[in-house]
Design a protein around this ligand. Structure first.
Ligand code: 9G3
Length: 576
């Protein structure tokens, strides 16, 4: 294709509010344009990458035996009433009424629609299992769309749904889908991990796994074990208790005697550490929370953060927020910063690490006073003990004990065992071999295809531009014609373009009347796997091949051989 005819509007500068690198570069390199917050147009280059990713997803889905559908985006609200989810989602679910005043939702996902479809036409166990999928636009009115394609309000998703007569069948499909996901992410050149996940609002009995692209701008934090492969979102991650440094010795070397220490205006953990020159993990941090059942004191070692997802589960409460200053004063008799478990009358939940402390420091529930020589189990007995800390890098892996590492991740896929949550609500039943009617078991499997594009862009780019993996690059070769007016150069460029195209390569010919410098700048941004340059050396019939290994002159006669060698070898898609 000739770049002089193509809509590839590269920019010199990008809007300052584009925070993620992929967002900045996709705008700057002319791949996307924003129509409104979280709503994007894919320009020709962006569309070509998206289409290549779609066809990889399609190939791997078809290979599992899944059957492709295309379901409507306009979904009757009656279905969401039937599934009970109409009230579970607020402003995020885009609702509208048609000319007859009938209610619809713009589909954020298709559990209701696909279950209503299957219940019409499938009713015998002989028709199961079956897996249906689509690659289709989803709508979710995100409160804070951001980071370009990473968090949109209108986005492309591959969503698949499987229907089964029994658990074994569901397990087989779940496993087969997970293998297909591994193949898809490898083929698009993504560096990813699969982690155990919290099933969240979608519900379903059988657990779920998330697929995370490793990237600095990822909003999720993952804990991954480098040796046994354990991985989990920090929301769900557990970890062995950190081995507190010399837990056996006492802080001050004195008897383990409970005693008050005057700590005037010393409120924070770090002030206490400095004031008494002790380590934070010897302090019992006492956090007061307001919950459905009143105020609760949560005890953590001073160097830990509370995990509110775990707290909600342990305390069985929906409502959970840090108590305000007045409540802290009322409950402890002191302003915040002096709270402690000794003599406290509210429900106390202690993290196991606290109970492992031989001796600790904590607030004395008196302004300007703390306790030293506190022995958990002697000076206070918690009502409840449960892991409520965030797992952190360096903690022991719960499976093998190796130190965990922490990564930032972008969720690009999520697979769920749904059980009968939707089939029972929407009455999608089948007649078993024994003649009995039962609700079908379901699984659902999603990949955010447009988000995947941005995640690959995050991993395959640097300050100057993209380095697309060959299989999803918008074109294979960038052929730069430096002086289009120079007859000899134009002839050689056209000859090369024709030969490469005939050989099956996708070539973008930069035939614009632009200075060479701006052609190089744009080629860096667009980031095709291989660059060929027709310039001064054309006079002697030479074409320049530019790749990571530097620049080389090749004659037209050996161009195809050279290009094959470059594009077939793994180094071609310069993995950053
Ligand atoms: C909604 C809105 C937002 C939502 C959902 C429903 C996320 C919702 C979870 C899923 C689960 C799976 C099939 C493909 C894989 C993911 N955000 N989810 O159900 F009404 Cl507004 O979508 N669905």
């Amino acid at each position: 294709m000739r770049q002089s005819e193509w809509l590839i509007p590269t920019l010199k500068e990008v809007p300052a509010d584009a925070e993620a690198s992929s967002h900045r570069l996709l705008l700057k390199a002319g791949y996307i344009r924003q129509l409104a917050a979280g709503i994007y147009t894919y320009l020709p280059l962006g569309r070509r990458v998206l289409r290549k990713m779609e066809s990889i997803v399609r190939e791997e889905m078809d290979a599992t035996g899944a059957q492709e559908l295309l379901m409507p985006s306009l979904q009757p609200m009656e279905l969401w009433e039937e599934s009970g989810r109409a009230s579970a989602y607020g402003p995020e679910l885009i609702r509208l009424t048609d000319r007859n005043g009938r209610g619809f939702a713009l589909g954020p996902t298709h559990e209701e629609v696909v279950t209503a479809l299957v219940r019409q036409d499938l009713s015998s166990y002989k028709s199961l299992p079956i897996t249906l999928y689509q690659i289709q636009t989803k709508f979710r009115d995100e409160r804070r769309p951001r980071f370009g394609l990473l968090r949109c309000r209108e986005f492309l998703m591959k969503d698949a749904y499987s229907f089964h007569a029994d658990e074994q069948s569901l397990d087989r499909s779940y496993r087969s889908m997970r293998q297909a996901y591994e193949r898809i992410f490898r083929r698009v050149g993504l560096e990813f991990v699969s982690v155990e996940a919290d099933s969240g609002a979608i519900g379903g009995e059988g657990g779920s796994h998330e697929y995370m692209a490793l990237a600095a701008s990822g909003e999720d934090t993952l804990l991954v074990c480098p040796s046994c492969g354990y991985g989990a979102n920090v929301e769900a991650a557990t970890s062995g208790p950190a081995m507190n440094a010399d837990c056996e010795t006492t802080i001050t070397g004195e008897e383990l005697v409970l005693r008050k220490v005057h700590t005037p205006e010393i409120r924070t953990i770090s002030e206490l550490c400095d004031f008494l020159s002790i380590a934070a993990d010897r302090i019992i941090k006492t956090l007061l929370y307001s919950t459905d059942t009143g105020v609760v004191a949560v005890l953590l070692c001073g160097d830990r953060e509370a995990n509110e997802i775990k707290l909600r589960k342990l305390l069985g409460t929906e409502h959970l927020e840090l108590a305000d200053a007045a409540t802290v004063e009322r409950v402890t008799g002191a302003p915040s910063g002096f709270a402690g478990p000794v003599g406290l009358s509210v429900h106390v939940l202690a993290d196991p690490e606290v109970m492992a402390l031989k001796e600790a420091l904590t607030g004395a529930n008196e302004p300007d006073w703390h306790y030293a020589g506190v022995v958990p189990g002697r000076d206070f007995i918690p009502d409840q003990v449960g892991e409520c800390r965030n797992a952190e890098a360096g903690d022991a892996c719960p499976h093998c004990g190796t130190a965990l590492s922490a990564w930032q991740g972008i969720e690009v896929g999520h697979v769920f065992k749904l059980g009968t949550k939707y089939s029972s609500k929407l009455d999608a039943s089948f007649t078993g071999a024994d003649g009995a009617r039962r609700p079908m078991l379901m699984g659902c499997y999603g990949i955010g295809v447009s988000r995947l594009l941005a995640a690959v862009a995050e991993q395959h780019s640097d300050a100057s531009g993209f380095h697309w993996p060959t299989e999803i690059a918008p074109f294979h070769i960038h052929l730069l014609l430096l002086s289009p007016r120079d007859e000899r150069q134009r002839e050689l460029a056209e000859e090369a373009y024709a030969a490469l195209t005939k050989a099956g390569y996708e070539v973008l010919l930069d035939d614009r009347e632009e200075r060479p410098g701006s052609k190089f700048h744009d080629a860096d941004l667009i980031g095709l796997p291989l660059r060929l340059i027709v310039g001064k050396a054309a006079g002697d019939g030479w074409i320049e091949v530019a790749d990571r290994g530097g620049k080389r002159l090749v004659a037209m006669a050996s161009l195809l051989e050279e290009v094959d060698a470059q594009l077939r070898s793994p180094s071609a898609s310069r993995q950053t």
